[in-house]
Design a binder for this molecule. Structure first.
Ligand SMILES: [Fe+2]
Ligand SMILES: [Fe+2]
Length: 285
């Protein structure tokens, strides 16, 4: 019988509190879901909530994260450019959206292997290769990127020659663009999950041809913030229409949001998608 694997996908980790929440929660989450792999969006993990640094990449890997996806904030910390440029081949730990121009540093796709343990002392099974693809939407986003749908076609023509197990992070503002990509890739990938809005949606489901889908994973960071930033400055901008400096919120409680996807390794399609949101009042940044 083909093995099943379980993959956790966790929404944008925002600032020091988000990082602390991930570090504290991941061991329990992995045990609870018996997860074989973890994919996290890290585009907001930097100290000020914008971007990611090489040190944070190491932090995520040390926490047990297999692949870090990102989005529009990928370029915010210039130290990451050197790391993205130095990564070569298709086994990288941090991605930028694949539909940035080819001349931009970094890669939008990667692969990693997991070893599924056998339960009945039968000989060890060969490693299972998992692919991850990161894309960014174009509607209400500042960057002029290539079409994410056609970029997905190009990426998948390569990725599907290596594995049927492929997880896609579609970093986009609008629900329609994310749902559209879900249906467009239905049956060709194991999962399409949305990120970027930092608000979890209640539509986790298996699409008709077997792809797991959720419009947005939500985020990991300060629960009483506005998508990770201190609410007062954001509110003040709404009320006065004056510009304000937005500061990342590090006050508990913290929330961590994501999904667990169960994948049939024979077909590469999803059996199940379960969403979760955990609230922690004690975690400290
Ligand atoms: Fe984000
Ligand atoms: Fe974003």
């Amino acid at each position: 019988m083909p093995a099943k694997i379980k993959v956790l996908m966790i929404g944008d980790v925002a600032g020091p509190l988000g990082c602390a929440m991930l570090q504290k929660s991941l061991p329990n989450l992995k045990a609870k879901y018996q997860a074989d792999a973890v994919i996290v969006n890290g585009e907001n993990s930097a100290e000020n909530g914008r971007g990611i640094t090489p040190k944070l990449v190491d932090f995520f890997v040390a926490c047990g994260v297999n692949v870090i996806t990102t989005g529009n904030h990928i370029w915010a910390k210039k130290e990451i450019v050197a790391l993205l440029s130095s990564q070569s081949g298709d086994r990288v730990s941090v991605l930028r959206p694949a539909n940035f121009p080819n001349s931009a540093p970094g890669s939008g796709l990667t692969f990693f292997d997991i070893q599924v343990s056998t339960k009945n002392n039968s000989p060890a099974t060969p490693a299972i290769t998992v692919g991850v693809l990161n894309l960014q939407g174009r509607i209400f986003m500042k960057e002029s990127l290539d079409c994410p749908f056609r970029s997905a076609d190009t990426a998948l023509s390569y990725m599907r020659s290596k594995t049927k197990i492929i997880l896609v992070d579609m970093h986009a503002e609008t629900t329609a663009e994310k749902i559209g990509l879900g249906f467009y890739l239905d049956g060709r990938v194991s999962a399409v999950v949305g990120t970027h809005t930092h608000v979890p949606t209640a539509d986790a489901r298996i699409l008709p041809k077997g792809t797991a889908f959720i419009t947005d994973l939500g985020f990991t960071g300060a629960y009483n913030s506005m998508i990770g930033m201190q609410k007062d400055a954001v509110l003040s901008t709404f009320l006065t229409q004056m510009p304000n400096k937005f500061v990342v919120d590090i006050l508990p409680p913290a929330i961590l949001s994501g999904v667990c996807i169960t994948i049939d390794t024979g077909t590469g399609l999803a059996d199940k998608i379960e969403n979760f949101s955990i609230l922690d009042h004690d975690v400290k940044a």
